[in-house]
Design a protein around this ligand. Structure first.
Ligand SMILES: [Mg+2]
Length: 108
């Protein structure tokens, strides 16, 4: 995916616009579009959004947009996003031992 996105940008001579700042801002914009899909839903409606073909399709499209900009941002910064996420997950596993946090949403 990283390579396809880089080729997409290069074919259009858009790498010049793909600075970390611009990509981070584009990512934030797309996260905002994703959030907007849930903005006025009840918590219950949010759990079943994918059963509505129209709303579910919009959520799916915004997830795609977020993934594209996140992947592209990570690439221009030389970060492997999966490795970064796995490192964070290991950190979280250490910070939140199962026997101390299971079933609790309390901040620590
Ligand atoms: Mg979008």
């Amino acid at each position: 995916m990283k390579e396809r996105l880089a080729a997409f940008a290069e074919e259009r001579d858009w790498q010049q616009f793909h600075t970390p700042k611009n990509l981070a801002m584009a990512l934030a914009g797309e996260v905002g579009e994703l959030i907007a899909e849930f903005q006025w839903l009840t918590p219950e409606q949010s759990t079943t959004v994918m059963s509505d073909p129209e709303a579910g399709g919009r959520v799916r499209a915004e997830i795609g947009d977020v993934m594209i900009y996140l992947t592209r941002l990570a690439d221009v910064l030389g970060i492997d996003p999966v490795e970064a996420a796995l490192t964070k997950l290991e950190d979280s596993a250490r910070r939140y031992p199962i026997d101390q946090v299971r079933g609790s949403a309390a901040k620590r």
